[in-house]
Design a protein around this ligand. Structure first.
Ligand SMILES: NC(=O)c1ccc[n+]([C@@H]2O[C@H](COP(=O)([O-])OP(=O)(O)OC[C@H]3O[C@@H](n4cnc5c(N)ncnc54)[C@H](O)[C@@H]3O)[C@@H](O)[C@H]2O)c1
Length: 388
């Protein structure tokens, strides 16, 4: 800029910046340089993930005013308003919409509570962010997707892992190396949400949690052709009200020919039980992604004799060491902060293209995981997400 010119680049310029500069700009430089009316934001569902988003909103005082918090348990909404230091509280979202006339809403509700709230939101022309999974039934999700498109609303979903700084080097690895096979695993314990342990209410672990891994696989490899899944029970004991799979194993064929296996379980008591990660296997390299933690690429650097990072079975049946130097990328900051900020910025600019996971895209990830559930019901028979 010529000397003395205020720095206020247009949004088209911001979009052309390299990703790390754009994010830095969005989070820092333009704070306080805006001279515009703040957008009105509401939140429905003041539970666990609602609190995560609230922590982000409190850093966006330059952009938004938190005008309303809604929860059936009114005390939770009151606690949110107290923490935010602003906003009125409601148990009825319609009353909140009538009184507050918000520009945007974050919908952070249990997986079964989707449908009427989104339809009313769309009817009123309110831009919306919905937590994953966006529904448990394709009919509801498709109807909401189509209604939102008709109204040209800005939409987003809670796939914050797409905004991790590990994603771009991982995508580059896949662009530059043909990846025939992916091994994806997520193992952990049972979350505390009261609805989680009932598959009818949560959709099961694959739909509620491992959907993050499935979404990233789609983001990296494109659409899924078909899946075969089997679930297992009987390993989790003594949990009151528990009625869901303890683990499941899925085979995935992507339309580009890549194949994957996805193993996921909630029977685990501590970290010694499994090293949850996604391995992308190319011919002479591999990438190990530990989501929101590290990305290790093996085979990029010259062989380091002291390191042995893996084994392959050689042609004669013997076992050969495939040790190699690795390049490590480490998670920086909170990807969710960028995810939420990107949605808010998109509402302000009217530019949906900044958002990495729109509602419509999240519906495709939903079809992926619901196809796995249907395959489980069919005893492992192949199911095409496109058919759902
Ligand atoms: N993106 C992520 O990484 C992430 C992490 C955790 C949870 N989630 C998702 O977020 C959603 C919510 O999960 P959670 O752990 O916050 O659940 P939660 O049970 O902690 O919170 C949900 C809240 O919604 C309220 N509620 C339910 N029905 C309502 C209604 N009709 N009107 C107003 N309030 C209502 C409940 O009282 C509760 O306070 C789930 O879909 C979950 O999968 C996403």
């Amino acid at each position: 800029c010529p000397k003395g010119t205020p720095i206020s680049p247009g949004r088209s310029i911001i979009k052309k910046l390299p990703e790390h500069c754009r994010i830095f700009f969005l989070l820092n430089i333009n704070k306080g340089e805006r001279n515009m009316e703040k957008k009105k934001l509401c939140l429905i569902g003041c539970g666990n993930i609602g609190g995560y988003h609230l922590g982000h909103f409190m850093q966006y005082g330059d952009l938004i005013e938190m005008v309303g918090f809604c929860d059936l348990v009114h005390k939770r909404a009151e606690e949110f308003a107290k923490k935010a230091g602003q906003g009125r509280t409601y148990w009825d979202f319609r009353e909140m919409y009538d009184k507050e006339q918000p520009d945007m809403v974050f919908i952070c509700l249990p997986p079964t509570v989707h449908g009427e709230i989104e339809k009313e939101t769309i009817k009123r022309g309110i831009h919306f962010f919905v937590e994953k999974p966006v529904a448990l039934h394709m009919e509801i999700a498709k109807e909401i997707r189509d209604l939102a498109a008709q109204r040209r609303l800005i939409t987003a979903s809670g796939f914050q892992c797409r905004y991790s700084n590990l994603v771009e080097p991982n995508r580059t690895f896949i662009r530059e190396n043909e990846v025939p096979y992916i091994c994806c695993n997520r193992f952990g314990g049972i979350p505390s949400a009261e609805w989680w342990s009932d598959k009818a209410k949560s959709g099961g672990q694959l739909v509620e949690q491992t959907v993050h891994q499935c979404d990233l696989l789609r983001y990296f490899c494109g659409e899924v052709d078909s899946v075969c899944s089997m679930g297992g029970r009987g390993f989790v004991r003594g949990e009151v009200g528990y009625d869901t799979d303890d683990l499941s194993v899925t085979i995935v064929r992507f339309k580009n020919g890549t194949m994957a296996t996805i193993g996921t379980g909630c029977y685990v008591k501590n970290g010694n039980a499994f090293d949850s990660k996604i391995t992308f296997s190319a011919r002479d390299k591999r990438a190990d992604l530990r989501i929101l933690s590290t990305l290790d690429i093996y085979g990029e650097q010259p062989f380091a004799a002291t390191e042995q990072s893996g084994f392959v079975v050689s042609g004669d049946g013997g076992v050969a060491a495939a040790g190699d130097g690795k390049v490590r990328y480490t998670q920086e900051g909170d990807a969710g902060l960028i995810c939420d900020r990107t949605f808010i910025e998109a509402v302000i600019s009217g530019d949906q293209s900044m958002i990495r996971s729109s509602y419509a895209d999240a519906v495709k990830t939903l079809a992926f995981v619901l196809a796995c559930n249907l395959s489980m019901e069919l005893g492992g028979a192949p199911v095409r997400p496109d058919a759902l």
